[in-house]
Design a binder for this molecule. Structure first.
Ligand code: SF4
Length: 336
């Protein structure tokens, strides 16, 4: 008979390997080692390991934005969010079912006397100006790391001599965070997405100050910086390491996670840059990696002859969604 979930708390951290050894083959072990680092391994009657990546799930910026939205929704007022609160369709739908209304910029400009959430990516100053003019109360859920970067870019602009200096933001063209960063300098910065964008630039003659989007791939950032320095004929290049540590640390961990499993189900929406970045790393390391939006998309025909299944996701993937995927696989394997 299938055993119930067992949850362990932090004091049992050291005894977890013993738990796994002691309980394997007949019990599901689902432990919350730390409140923010959930952990889930199951080896049921089917004797196949299913593991949720303990480094996957929401980053602090997204957790904070969702907490703010949930608290506002509890007040029972009409709450709008400018853009998807997180790049995850299922989580957006969950919050919409609680009453959160997602709007775009055109809709935002027609509203007045209401509350609008600014998500973790942040917004340019023009959004706050529009809100003021239209008596819109902004509930600011900008991630503190993004906010700090916005301030750094803004301050660097006021300290620079525009005639002989230039700001470069390495990030995805049109990404909301990049638009928010650009807005701090009235759009007066160059956005570079990859080395390819530098092909048409012959030389950099002005002094440069380089920042990156917080979710930028560190290798792409390093390549862009290398290429810029080769083309630089200026006196100074200032480089800020503005990649978020949640993103930096995930790259190495997803590589070892991918190696440790026969198959990996990567749960993420395809509009999440961080999700696609991590999915591609995982797929490169383990070609048996598959992208899912939700448990409904699991292809069970992939599971024969598999001994170890990994479930991972982006910083925008809710833990409950990865748990659903793991539980659905576990149910399927138990019934076989
Ligand atoms: S990835 Fe980092 S910077 Fe971006 S929202 Fe999350 S915690 Fe903030």
């Amino acid at each position: 008979m299938k055993q119930p979930f067992i949850r362990t708390k932090q004091p049992l951290l050291k005894s977890i390997p013993i738990f796994i050894g002691f309980l394997s083959n007949f019990v599901i072990l689902k432990a919350a080692i730390l409140p923010t680092i959930p952990y889930f391994i199951t080896m049921n009657e089917h004797n196949i390991k299913i593991e949720i990546d303990n480094k996957a799930g929401f980053c602090q910026g997204v957790v904070n934005a969702i907490r703010i939205a949930e608290n506002e929704l509890k007040k029972g007022e009409k709450i709008y969010c400018l853009g998807d609160i997180v790049h995850n369709k299922t989580e957006v739908e969950r919050l919409q079912s609680l009453g959160l209304i997602t709007i775009n910029y055109e809709e935002f400009e027609t509203l007045s006397d209401c509350k609008v959430i600014v998500r973790a990516h942040g917004e340019p100053p023009s959004t706050f100006k529009t809100a003021k003019e239209r008596s819109i109360t902004i509930i600011d859920a900008t991630c503190s790391i993004v906010f700090k970067l916005q301030q750094e870019i803004k301050e660097s602009k006021s300290n620079l001599n525009a005639a002989d200096s230039e700001i470069i933001i390495v990030g995805k063209q049109g990404h909301p965070e990049v638009l928010g960063l650009l807005g701090q300098v009235e759009g007066k910065a160059m956005v570079i997405s990859s080395v390819k964008d530098l092909e048409t630039i012959e030389k950099f003659r002005k002094n440069l100050l380089i920042f990156s989007q917080t979710t930028m791939d560190k290798n792409v950032y390093a390549d862009v910086i290398r290429e810029i320095s080769l083309k630089a004929e200026c006196r100074k290049i200032g480089i800020t390491n503005s990649i978020c540590k949640h993103v930096l640390n995930r790259k190495d961990s997803i590589i070892s996670f991918a190696r440790n499993h026969d198959i990996v189900f990567f749960v993420s929406s395809s509009n999440s840059s961080n999700g696609m970045y991590l999915f591609n790393i995982c797929k490169k390391e383990n070609p048996n990696t598959f992208l899912l939006n939700s448990a409904e998309e699991i292809d069970f025909s992939l599971l024969p002859n598999i001994k170890s299944i990994g479930v991972s996701g982006a910083t925008s993937t809710p833990m409950w969604l990865m748990e659903q995927v793991a539980e659905r696989i576990d149910e399927f394997l138990s019934k076989r």
